[in-house]
Design a protein around this ligand. Structure first.
Ligand SMILES: Nc1nc2c(ncn2[C@@H]2O[C@H](COP(=O)(O)OP(=O)(O)OP(=O)(O)O)[C@@H](O)[C@H]2O)c(=O)[nH]1
Ligand SMILES: [Mg+2]
Ligand SMILES: [Zn+2]
Length: 243
């Protein structure tokens, strides 16, 4: 059993359902304790931390490359990248001059709080800055693993179809912001924006929504304003006002 995100829903042949549930709960309980430690650490360091989640290829790294290139003028930034294999994504971030730590989860399908704790220790001091965590591309179990973040941002691209919030409700229910990426392709794929927003609000009435294109930069000013709003209560910009 690799992923214990929903122990009540798991079955493993040869092992009683009760034991599967108990093991799953133990894993999540341990994760929650480490996540609480991470959260305390981030608070002590005045850090604003976002956990980016999506299906593979929705555009998390592309939007982060654009965002950190622009936000680095005003904020101390760091990125933790999670993938099963390769350090491609961390290298894409480092090319912007922003520090990035790659975590390879191997057979694992999500980041957990212990992995983030270890990676955060390896980053340079980011006090009063912003840490972006790019989770493994997976719309299922990253929803259940708290990393100590301020909030989750779910990225949904226009090419994935409108019904993803209904099919993977846990992720959309756990997220504060839905970024609809690849809006430059919306017309090409007959993407129905209002239908997607309606589905997302059905599982999470409070979810905020922004449309962006990591390719063209459309919508990024609004994204930076949203980040600035989150930061206003928690931390102070390193240089001048938040963008
Ligand atoms: N047209 C278009 N393509 C995009 C956009 N954002 C990302 N892409 C493309 O989508 C593909 C996947 O982008 P990534 O940024 O690697 O996606 P990801 O979510 O980081 O992928 P994983 O880390 O593998 O889960 C790449 O070919 C990008 O060039 C966008 O806004 N518009
Ligand atoms: Mg990526
Ligand atoms: Zn998993």
């Amino acid at each position: 059993m690799d992923c214990a995100a929903d122990p009540a829903g798991l079955t493993v042949s040869g092992i009683s359902r009760e034991r599967v549930i108990r093991v799953g709960r133990d894993i999540l309980g341990k994760n929650d304790r480490i996540a609480a430690d991470n959260r305390a650490r981030f608070l002590a360091d005045d850090m604003l931390v976002f956990n980016l989640v999506s299906s593979p290829g929705a555009g998390k790294t592309s939007l982060l490359v654009r965002a950190v290139s622009e936000l680095k003028q005003s904020w101390r930034l760091g990125v933790i990248e999670g993938d099963q294999q390769t350090s491609n994504d961390a290298e894409r971030i480092r090319a912007t001059g922003v520090p990035a730590i790659q975590i390879n989860t191997g057979k694992g399908c999500h980041l957990d709080a212990a992995m983030v704790s270890e990676a955060y220790r390896r980053l340079p001091s980011l006090k009063r800055g912003i840490l972006f965590i790019e989770n493994v591309g997976n719309l299922v179990c990253p929803a259940a693993f708290d990393l100590g973040e301020a909030c989750k941002i779910v990225v949904l691209s226009t090419t994935e179809g409108e019904d993803k919030p209904l099919k993977y409700p846990e992720m959309f229910a756990a997220s504060s912001l839905m970024l609809i990426n690849k809006i430059d392709l919306a017309r090409l794929v007959d993407f129905d924006l209002s239908q997607t927003v309606e589905y997302a609000r059905r599982v999470n009435p409070r979810i905020e929504v922004l449309t962006i294109s990591a390719r063209t930069g459309e919508g990024f000013a609004a994204l930076y304003a949203w980040i600035g709003k989150q930061a206003a209560d928690q931390i102070h910009p390193v240089v001048g006002a938040a963008p």
